[in-house]
Design a protein around this ligand. Structure first.
Ligand code: ADP
Ligand code: ADP
Length: 236
């Protein structure tokens, strides 16, 4: 369940400047496809279109054969879990921010998700800038920690489809490995689209798509692309 298809998708934020120029690819249900390529190639745009922050006018995006434009925003968001590059937290506890993934979850389930994402120790904390009548200040979370809150939320929500837009910001190696292991757990047996900035994350993808200037320059598995000795191989 949750197979994704992009069919000849064109997109531009500004009509004068095409960003995606006829992109077609498929993420079969339960598989993982990684999109790599230079900055500005249009990678994040693909994830935003799937989540319908924007609608396309040319081409089609379907989930299990259904055009995403025919699905309500709320049902789309119930089947897709998005771990964005930049997580904006609600002005509430970390626990609430995680619970938002599934409001009916028990305390134990929230804690378990937090532990998998390795933020169990500060689940009761408040995010930075939290305002109360006595002027209490929250805990300053790093970008990586905020991302782990989003991961915990997604673990709890357990949606059939995952969009992982990896942070470009340099995370330290330990944090990166911790995040990666949490992401590996969530993406198991789920249809996963990874906007990959860290090459280490794409090695096991079922397909890697190399995007350049809004077009698919190369595609294949890690081994196939290395064999081709093109743009992908040069990134290593
Ligand atoms: P990537 O993820 O590959 O770095 P993006 O999809 O973020 O690329 O962006 C592709 C291009 O679209 C970039 O040139 C970027 O400046 C432009 N872009 C991204 N978001 C917007 C937006 N909201 N409005 C206008 N241009 C945008
Ligand atoms: P821009 O590049 O112009 O900021 P985005 O694609 O980032 O555009 O966002 C488009 C809209 O979706 C904005 O209204 C933004 O607030 C919202 N948005 C962006 N990212 C998220 C997210 N991860 N969760 C919820 N809403 C988001």
């Amino acid at each position: 369940q949750g197979g994704i298809r992009f069919d000849n998708v064109h997109f531009a934020y500004d009509p004068e400047r095409p960003i995606l120029k006829g992109i077609s690819f498929e993420v079969p249900a339960g598989k993982t496809v990684a999109i790599v390529g230079p900055s500005g190639a249009g990678k994040s745009t693909i994830s935003r279109l799937l989540y319908r922050f924007y609608d396309i006018k040319q081409g089609a995006i379907t989930i299990d054969g259904q055009d995403v434009r025919d699905v309500t925003q709320s049902s789309l968001r119930s089947v897709i879990g998005m771990v964005p590059q930049d997580t904006v937290l609600f002005n509430d506890t970390i626990a609430y921010n995680i619970r938002y993934g599934r409001i009916s979850a028990s305390e134990d389930e929230v804690l378990k998700a937090a532990e998998i994402a390795q933020i169990g120790t500060f689940i009761r904390s408040l995010p930075d800038g939290f305002k109360t009548m006595v002027g209490e200040r929250g805990l300053k979370l790093s970008g990586g920690e905020k991302q782990r809150v989003a991961i915990a939320r997604t673990i709890l929500k357990a949606p059939p489809i995952l969009i992982l837009d990896e942070a470009t910001s340099a995370l330290d190696t330990t944090t990166e490995q911790e995040i990666q292991s949490a992401l590996d757990i969530v993406s198991q047996n789920r249809t996963t689209l990874v906007i990959a900035h860290r090459l280490s994350t794409v090695i096991n993808a079922d397909e890697i798509i190399v995007l350049r200037h809004g077009e698919i320059a190369e595609r294949g598995t890690h081994a196939e692309l290395l064999e081709q000795n093109g743009l992908y191989a040069s990134m290593w």
